[in-house]
Design a protein around this ligand. Sequence first.
Ligand SMILES: *Cc1c(COP(=O)(O)O)cnc(C)c1O
Length: 397
Amino acid sequence: MKNQDIIALEKDYVMQTYGRFPVAIERGQGATLYDFEGKEYVDFASGIGVNSLGYAYPAWVKAVSDQAGKLAHISNLYYSEPMGTLSKRLCEITGMARVFYCNSGAESNEGAIKLARKYSFDKYGKGRSKIITLQNSFHGRTISTLAATGQDVFHQYFFPFTEDFAYVPANDIDALKAEMTEDTCAVLMELIQGEGGVLPLDPEYVKAVRKLTEEKDVLMMIDEVQTGIGRTGTFFCYMGYGIQPDVVSTAKGLGGGLPLGAIFASKKTEAVLGSGTHATTFGANPICCAGAHAVLDVVANDAFLQEVEKKGAYMREKIEAFGNDTILGVRGKGLMIGVIVPDGMHKELAKKMTEAGVLVLTAGVNAIRLLPPLVISYEEMDKGLAIMKKVFDGGAE
Ligand SMILES: *Cc1c(COP(=O)(O)O)cnc(C)c1O
Protein backbone atom coordinates (compact mmCIF):
# COMPACT_ATOMS: atom_id res chain seq x y z
CA MET A 1 0.00 0.00 0.00
CA LYS A 2 1.00 3.60 -0.58
CA ASN A 3 0.79 6.40 1.99
CA GLN A 4 -2.25 7.92 0.28
CA ASP A 5 -4.21 4.61 0.24
CA ILE A 6 -3.83 4.28 3.99
CA ILE A 7 -4.77 7.89 4.61
CA ALA A 8 -7.86 7.47 2.41
CA LEU A 9 -9.08 4.44 4.41
CA GLU A 10 -8.93 6.42 7.62
CA LYS A 11 -10.89 9.28 6.09
CA ASP A 12 -13.68 6.91 5.04
CA TYR A 13 -14.00 4.52 7.95
CA VAL A 14 -12.61 6.01 11.16
CA MET A 15 -14.33 8.53 13.44
CA GLN A 16 -12.75 11.85 12.69
CA THR A 17 -11.58 12.64 16.22
CA TYR A 18 -7.92 13.33 15.50
CA GLY A 19 -6.12 16.11 13.71
CA ARG A 20 -3.43 13.89 12.22
CA PHE A 21 -0.23 14.85 10.46
CA PRO A 22 -0.36 13.62 6.85
CA VAL A 23 2.14 10.86 7.55
CA ALA A 24 1.67 7.07 7.47
CA ILE A 25 4.40 5.04 9.16
CA GLU A 26 5.26 1.50 8.16
CA ARG A 27 8.17 0.64 10.43
CA GLY A 28 10.92 1.96 12.64
CA GLN A 29 14.43 1.21 13.78
CA GLY A 30 16.04 2.96 16.74
CA ALA A 31 14.64 6.49 16.65
CA THR A 32 14.15 6.50 12.89
CA LEU A 33 10.84 5.85 11.14
CA TYR A 34 9.96 5.01 7.53
CA ASP A 35 6.74 5.65 5.66
CA PHE A 36 5.23 3.30 3.06
CA GLU A 37 7.30 4.85 0.30
CA GLY A 38 10.59 4.64 2.15
CA LYS A 39 10.77 8.27 3.31
CA GLU A 40 12.76 8.62 6.50
CA TYR A 41 11.72 10.54 9.62
CA VAL A 42 13.71 11.21 12.78
CA ASP A 43 11.42 10.58 15.73
CA PHE A 44 11.29 13.28 18.42
CA ALA A 45 7.79 12.17 19.48
CA SER A 46 7.99 8.44 20.36
CA GLY A 47 4.27 7.94 19.84
CA ILE A 48 3.63 10.63 22.50
CA GLY A 49 6.25 9.50 24.98
CA VAL A 50 5.50 5.80 24.68
CA ASN A 51 8.35 4.23 22.73
CA SER A 52 11.00 4.61 25.42
CA LEU A 53 13.24 2.04 23.69
CA GLY A 54 12.52 3.33 20.20
CA TYR A 55 11.51 0.84 17.53
CA ALA A 56 12.44 -2.82 17.10
CA TYR A 57 14.66 -2.83 20.17
CA PRO A 58 15.94 -6.43 20.01
CA ALA A 59 15.57 -7.39 23.70
CA TRP A 60 12.06 -5.89 23.85
CA VAL A 61 11.00 -7.67 20.63
CA LYS A 62 12.30 -10.95 22.02
CA ALA A 63 10.64 -10.55 25.42
CA VAL A 64 7.29 -9.68 23.85
CA SER A 65 7.45 -12.39 21.18
CA ASP A 66 8.50 -15.09 23.63
CA GLN A 67 5.64 -14.15 25.96
CA ALA A 68 3.15 -14.10 23.06
CA GLY A 69 4.20 -17.67 22.26
CA LYS A 70 3.64 -18.76 25.87
CA LEU A 71 0.65 -16.91 27.30
CA ALA A 72 -0.87 -13.76 25.82
CA HIS A 73 -3.71 -13.17 28.28
CA ILE A 74 -5.23 -14.89 31.29
CA SER A 75 -7.19 -12.17 33.21
CA ASN A 76 -6.77 -11.22 36.83
CA LEU A 77 -8.66 -14.25 38.07
CA TYR A 78 -5.37 -16.17 37.90
CA TYR A 79 -1.72 -15.52 38.65
CA SER A 80 0.83 -14.86 35.95
CA GLU A 81 4.58 -14.60 36.25
CA PRO A 82 5.32 -11.36 34.32
CA MET A 83 2.90 -9.45 36.59
CA GLY A 84 4.31 -10.84 39.83
CA THR A 85 7.94 -10.22 39.00
CA LEU A 86 7.21 -6.80 37.46
CA SER A 87 5.39 -5.67 40.60
CA LYS A 88 8.32 -6.58 42.83
CA ARG A 89 10.73 -4.72 40.57
CA LEU A 90 8.55 -1.62 40.32
CA CYS A 91 7.99 -1.39 44.07
CA GLU A 92 11.71 -1.81 44.74
CA ILE A 93 12.58 0.93 42.23
CA THR A 94 9.96 3.42 43.42
CA GLY A 95 9.75 2.85 47.16
CA MET A 96 5.99 2.44 46.76
CA ALA A 97 4.22 -0.46 48.49
CA ARG A 98 1.80 -1.90 45.92
CA VAL A 99 0.74 -1.59 42.31
CA PHE A 100 -2.52 -1.97 40.35
CA TYR A 101 -2.31 -2.43 36.57
CA CYS A 102 -4.57 -0.89 33.98
CA ASN A 103 -4.28 -0.05 30.30
CA SER A 104 -3.87 3.69 29.86
CA GLY A 105 -3.07 6.97 31.53
CA ALA A 106 -6.68 8.04 31.90
CA GLU A 107 -7.51 4.76 33.57
CA SER A 108 -4.60 5.06 35.97
CA ASN A 109 -5.83 8.52 37.02
CA GLU A 110 -9.40 7.25 37.21
CA GLY A 111 -8.18 4.56 39.63
CA ALA A 112 -6.20 7.12 41.63
CA ILE A 113 -9.34 9.26 41.98
CA LYS A 114 -11.28 6.22 43.24
CA LEU A 115 -8.50 5.38 45.65
CA ALA A 116 -8.43 8.92 47.07
CA ARG A 117 -12.17 9.07 47.62
CA LYS A 118 -12.27 5.64 49.25
CA TYR A 119 -9.28 6.42 51.47
CA SER A 120 -11.17 9.40 52.80
CA PHE A 121 -14.53 7.62 53.01
CA ASP A 122 -13.01 4.72 54.97
CA LYS A 123 -11.40 7.07 57.46
CA TYR A 124 -13.74 10.06 57.69
CA GLY A 125 -17.04 9.00 56.10
CA LYS A 126 -18.94 10.99 53.49
CA GLY A 127 -18.37 14.65 52.61
CA ARG A 128 -14.66 14.71 51.96
CA SER A 129 -14.53 14.10 48.24
CA LYS A 130 -12.94 17.25 46.79
CA ILE A 131 -9.85 16.71 44.64
CA ILE A 132 -7.70 19.71 43.82
CA THR A 133 -5.79 19.80 40.54
CA LEU A 134 -3.84 22.52 38.75
CA GLN A 135 -4.99 24.94 36.12
CA ASN A 136 -3.63 23.99 32.72
CA SER A 137 -3.24 20.34 33.74
CA PHE A 138 -4.13 17.28 31.68
CA HIS A 139 -5.26 14.01 33.24
CA GLY A 140 -7.15 12.10 30.54
CA ARG A 141 -10.30 11.76 28.46
CA THR A 142 -12.77 9.80 30.58
CA ILE A 143 -15.62 11.76 32.17
CA SER A 144 -13.84 11.92 35.54
CA THR A 145 -10.36 12.62 34.23
CA LEU A 146 -11.74 15.35 31.97
CA ALA A 147 -13.29 16.83 35.10
CA ALA A 148 -9.88 16.53 36.80
CA THR A 149 -8.23 18.34 33.90
CA GLY A 150 -7.88 22.03 34.75
CA GLN A 151 -8.68 23.47 31.32
CA ASP A 152 -12.11 24.81 30.38
CA VAL A 153 -11.87 23.56 26.80
CA PHE A 154 -12.16 20.02 28.12
CA HIS A 155 -15.32 20.76 30.11
CA GLN A 156 -17.74 20.82 27.19
CA TYR A 157 -20.40 18.63 25.54
CA PHE A 158 -20.33 15.66 27.89
CA PHE A 159 -22.31 16.93 30.87
CA PRO A 160 -22.74 16.10 33.63
CA PHE A 161 -19.10 15.66 34.60
CA THR A 162 -17.95 14.00 37.80
CA GLU A 163 -18.40 16.47 40.67
CA ASP A 164 -16.08 18.00 43.18
CA PHE A 165 -12.88 18.96 41.41
CA ALA A 166 -11.29 22.36 42.02
CA TYR A 167 -8.44 23.98 40.10
CA VAL A 168 -5.71 26.23 41.45
CA PRO A 169 -2.84 28.03 39.70
CA ALA A 170 0.47 26.14 39.65
CA ASN A 171 3.30 27.26 41.94
CA ASP A 172 0.97 29.24 44.23
CA ILE A 173 0.95 27.57 47.66
CA ASP A 174 -1.40 30.19 49.15
CA ALA A 175 -4.02 29.46 46.49
CA LEU A 176 -3.75 25.75 47.29
CA LYS A 177 -4.02 26.41 51.03
CA ALA A 178 -7.13 28.51 50.52
CA GLU A 179 -8.79 25.82 48.39
CA MET A 180 -7.85 22.98 50.74
CA THR A 181 -10.94 23.06 52.91
CA GLU A 182 -12.19 20.29 55.23
CA ASP A 183 -13.90 18.52 52.35
CA THR A 184 -10.66 17.85 50.44
CA CYS A 185 -9.32 14.30 50.11
CA ALA A 186 -6.51 14.71 47.58
CA VAL A 187 -4.42 16.83 45.27
CA LEU A 188 -3.50 15.46 41.85
CA MET A 189 -0.75 17.09 39.81
CA GLU A 190 1.82 16.63 37.07
CA LEU A 191 5.29 17.78 38.15
CA ILE A 192 5.96 18.94 34.60
CA GLN A 193 2.71 19.77 32.86
CA GLY A 194 3.01 17.99 29.53
CA GLU A 195 0.00 18.72 27.32
CA GLY A 196 -0.29 22.10 29.06
CA GLY A 197 2.98 23.30 27.54
CA VAL A 198 5.95 21.55 29.23
CA LEU A 199 5.72 23.61 32.42
CA PRO A 200 7.81 22.36 35.36
CA LEU A 201 6.63 23.01 38.93
CA ASP A 202 9.00 24.84 41.30
CA PRO A 203 10.80 22.44 43.69
CA GLU A 204 9.95 24.65 46.71
CA TYR A 205 6.28 24.58 45.76
CA VAL A 206 6.27 20.79 45.42
CA LYS A 207 7.94 20.39 48.83
CA ALA A 208 5.42 22.80 50.36
CA VAL A 209 2.55 20.78 48.82
CA ARG A 210 3.99 17.63 50.35
CA LYS A 211 4.18 19.28 53.78
CA LEU A 212 0.68 20.75 53.59
CA THR A 213 -0.94 17.51 52.42
CA GLU A 214 0.78 15.54 55.19
CA GLU A 215 -0.49 17.99 57.82
CA LYS A 216 -4.08 17.71 56.56
CA ASP A 217 -4.08 13.99 55.72
CA VAL A 218 -4.87 14.91 52.12
CA LEU A 219 -3.36 12.48 49.62
CA MET A 220 -0.63 13.82 47.33
CA MET A 221 -1.13 12.06 44.00
CA ILE A 222 1.37 12.59 41.20
CA ASP A 223 0.40 12.03 37.57
CA GLU A 224 3.53 10.53 36.04
CA VAL A 225 1.81 9.30 32.90
CA GLN A 226 4.08 11.43 30.72
CA THR A 227 7.00 12.25 33.07
CA GLY A 228 7.50 8.67 34.28
CA ILE A 229 9.74 5.76 33.32
CA GLY A 230 12.97 7.69 32.87
CA ARG A 231 11.58 10.47 30.67
CA THR A 232 12.96 13.32 32.81
CA GLY A 233 16.27 11.69 33.81
CA THR A 234 15.07 10.06 37.02
CA PHE A 235 12.94 6.91 37.00
CA PHE A 236 9.96 8.96 38.17
CA CYS A 237 10.00 12.72 38.07
CA TYR A 238 9.09 12.95 41.79
CA MET A 239 12.47 11.39 42.60
CA GLY A 240 14.14 14.49 41.18
CA TYR A 241 11.96 16.63 43.48
CA GLY A 242 12.97 14.74 46.62
CA ILE A 243 9.44 13.81 47.71
CA GLN A 244 7.58 10.53 48.18
CA PRO A 245 3.91 10.78 47.07
CA ASP A 246 0.96 8.81 48.49
CA VAL A 247 -0.21 7.71 45.04
CA VAL A 248 1.46 7.72 41.61
CA SER A 249 -0.19 7.08 38.27
CA THR A 250 1.74 6.15 35.15
CA ALA A 251 1.30 4.65 31.68
CA LYS A 252 2.83 5.91 28.39
CA GLY A 253 6.48 4.74 28.56
CA LEU A 254 5.91 1.75 30.83
CA GLY A 255 5.23 -0.95 28.24
CA GLY A 256 7.71 0.34 25.66
CA GLY A 257 4.94 0.50 23.04
CA LEU A 258 2.28 -1.74 24.55
CA PRO A 259 -0.72 -0.43 26.50
CA LEU A 260 0.11 -0.71 30.17
CA GLY A 261 -0.80 1.68 32.95
CA ALA A 262 -0.19 1.42 36.66
CA ILE A 263 -1.28 3.02 39.91
CA PHE A 264 1.17 2.92 42.79
CA ALA A 265 0.10 3.10 46.42
CA SER A 266 2.34 3.98 49.37
CA LYS A 267 2.30 2.05 52.65
CA LYS A 268 -0.40 4.42 53.91
CA THR A 269 -2.72 3.82 50.95
CA GLU A 270 -1.86 0.24 49.98
CA ALA A 271 -4.99 -1.40 51.42
CA VAL A 272 -7.57 1.15 50.22
CA LEU A 273 -8.52 -0.62 47.00
CA GLY A 274 -9.41 -3.94 48.55
CA SER A 275 -11.17 -7.00 47.17
CA GLY A 276 -13.89 -6.18 44.63
CA THR A 277 -13.40 -2.42 44.66
CA HIS A 278 -11.48 -2.06 41.39
CA ALA A 279 -10.71 -4.29 38.41
CA THR A 280 -10.05 -4.46 34.69
CA THR A 281 -10.00 -7.40 32.29
CA PHE A 282 -6.84 -6.54 30.37
CA GLY A 283 -4.83 -5.15 33.30
CA ALA A 284 -1.41 -6.75 33.81
CA ASN A 285 -1.63 -8.44 30.43
CA PRO A 286 1.37 -10.80 30.33
CA ILE A 287 2.68 -9.52 26.97
CA CYS A 288 2.51 -5.91 28.16
CA CYS A 289 4.24 -6.86 31.42
CA ALA A 290 6.96 -8.71 29.49
CA GLY A 291 7.47 -5.54 27.46
CA ALA A 292 7.71 -3.52 30.68
CA HIS A 293 10.36 -5.91 32.01
CA ALA A 294 12.46 -5.22 28.90
CA VAL A 295 11.96 -1.47 29.43
CA LEU A 296 13.08 -1.72 33.07
CA ASP A 297 16.14 -3.79 32.09
CA VAL A 298 17.34 -0.73 30.21
CA VAL A 299 15.80 2.29 31.95
CA ALA A 300 15.99 1.38 35.65
CA ASN A 301 19.71 1.98 35.66
CA ASP A 302 21.54 5.05 37.01
CA ALA A 303 24.05 5.26 34.15
CA PHE A 304 21.23 5.11 31.59
CA LEU A 305 19.19 7.77 33.42
CA GLN A 306 22.24 10.05 33.57
CA GLU A 307 22.58 9.60 29.84
CA VAL A 308 18.92 10.68 29.38
CA GLU A 309 19.71 13.80 31.39
CA LYS A 310 22.83 14.42 29.29
CA LYS A 311 21.03 13.95 25.97
CA GLY A 312 18.30 16.32 27.11
CA ALA A 313 20.86 18.99 28.03
CA TYR A 314 22.57 18.44 24.67
CA MET A 315 19.34 18.95 22.74
CA ARG A 316 18.33 22.03 24.74
CA GLU A 317 21.76 23.62 24.22
CA LYS A 318 21.76 22.89 20.49
CA ILE A 319 18.30 24.41 20.08
CA GLU A 320 19.27 27.52 22.05
CA ALA A 321 22.35 27.77 19.82
CA PHE A 322 20.11 27.96 16.71
CA GLY A 323 19.99 31.64 17.67
CA ASN A 324 16.63 31.94 15.94
CA ASP A 325 14.41 34.86 17.01
CA THR A 326 11.27 32.70 16.78
CA ILE A 327 12.57 30.65 19.72
CA LEU A 328 11.56 32.44 22.92
CA GLY A 329 12.86 29.80 25.29
CA VAL A 330 13.62 26.13 25.82
CA ARG A 331 12.40 24.33 28.94
CA GLY A 332 11.85 20.88 30.39
CA LYS A 333 13.87 18.16 32.01
CA GLY A 334 15.69 15.18 30.53
CA LEU A 335 14.13 14.18 27.22
CA MET A 336 10.90 16.10 27.85
CA ILE A 337 11.53 19.39 26.10
CA GLY A 338 9.40 22.39 25.20
CA VAL A 339 10.62 24.87 22.59
CA ILE A 340 8.63 28.05 23.17
CA VAL A 341 7.59 30.10 20.13
CA PRO A 342 5.15 33.02 19.76
CA ASP A 343 1.54 32.03 20.65
CA GLY A 344 -0.16 30.05 17.93
CA MET A 345 2.93 29.46 15.79
CA HIS A 346 3.68 26.04 17.28
CA LYS A 347 1.22 24.07 15.13
CA GLU A 348 2.36 25.41 11.79
CA LEU A 349 6.02 24.92 12.70
CA ALA A 350 5.35 21.35 13.87
CA LYS A 351 3.61 20.59 10.60
CA LYS A 352 6.53 21.97 8.59
CA MET A 353 9.05 20.05 10.67
CA THR A 354 7.09 16.83 10.24
CA GLU A 355 6.92 17.31 6.48
CA ALA A 356 10.65 18.06 6.45
CA GLY A 357 11.41 14.74 8.18
CA VAL A 358 11.39 15.16 11.95
CA LEU A 359 8.35 14.14 14.02
CA VAL A 360 7.63 16.67 16.76
CA LEU A 361 4.62 17.35 19.00
CA THR A 362 2.94 20.50 20.22
CA ALA A 363 1.70 21.46 23.68
CA GLY A 364 -0.23 24.32 25.20
CA VAL A 365 -0.53 27.48 23.14
CA ASN A 366 3.10 28.00 22.23
CA ALA A 367 5.28 24.92 22.71
CA ILE A 368 6.86 22.56 20.24
CA ARG A 369 7.20 19.50 22.43
CA LEU A 370 9.95 16.93 22.00
CA LEU A 371 9.74 13.47 23.58
CA PRO A 372 12.33 11.41 21.69
CA PRO A 373 12.87 7.72 22.44
CA LEU A 374 15.17 7.52 25.48
CA VAL A 375 17.62 5.40 23.47
CA ILE A 376 18.02 7.96 20.67
CA SER A 377 21.58 8.23 19.35
CA TYR A 378 23.57 11.46 19.05
CA GLU A 379 23.60 10.96 15.29
CA GLU A 380 19.79 10.81 15.20
CA MET A 381 19.52 13.84 17.50
CA ASP A 382 21.87 15.82 15.24
CA LYS A 383 19.92 14.83 12.15
CA GLY A 384 16.57 15.82 13.65
CA LEU A 385 17.95 19.05 15.09
CA ALA A 386 19.40 20.05 11.71
CA ILE A 387 15.94 19.64 10.14
CA MET A 388 14.35 21.67 12.94
CA LYS A 389 16.93 24.43 12.42
CA LYS A 390 16.27 24.53 8.73
CA VAL A 391 12.55 24.99 9.34
CA PHE A 392 13.17 27.70 11.94
CA ASP A 393 15.44 29.44 9.44
CA GLY A 394 12.69 29.25 6.85
CA GLY A 395 14.73 27.01 4.59
CA ALA A 396 12.40 24.00 4.37
CA GLU A 397 9.13 23.86 2.47
C1 LIG B 1 -1.28 11.27 28.13
C2 LIG B 1 -1.61 11.67 29.50
C3 LIG B 1 -2.73 11.16 30.16
C4 LIG B 1 -3.75 10.27 29.46
O1 LIG B 1 -3.19 9.07 29.08
P1 LIG B 1 -3.98 8.13 28.03
O2 LIG B 1 -3.13 6.90 27.95
O3 LIG B 1 -4.05 8.89 26.76
O4 LIG B 1 -5.30 7.86 28.61
C5 LIG B 1 -2.94 11.52 31.48
N1 LIG B 1 -2.08 12.33 32.12
C6 LIG B 1 -1.00 12.83 31.52
C7 LIG B 1 -0.07 13.71 32.30
C8 LIG B 1 -0.72 12.53 30.20
O5 LIG B 1 0.34 13.06 29.60
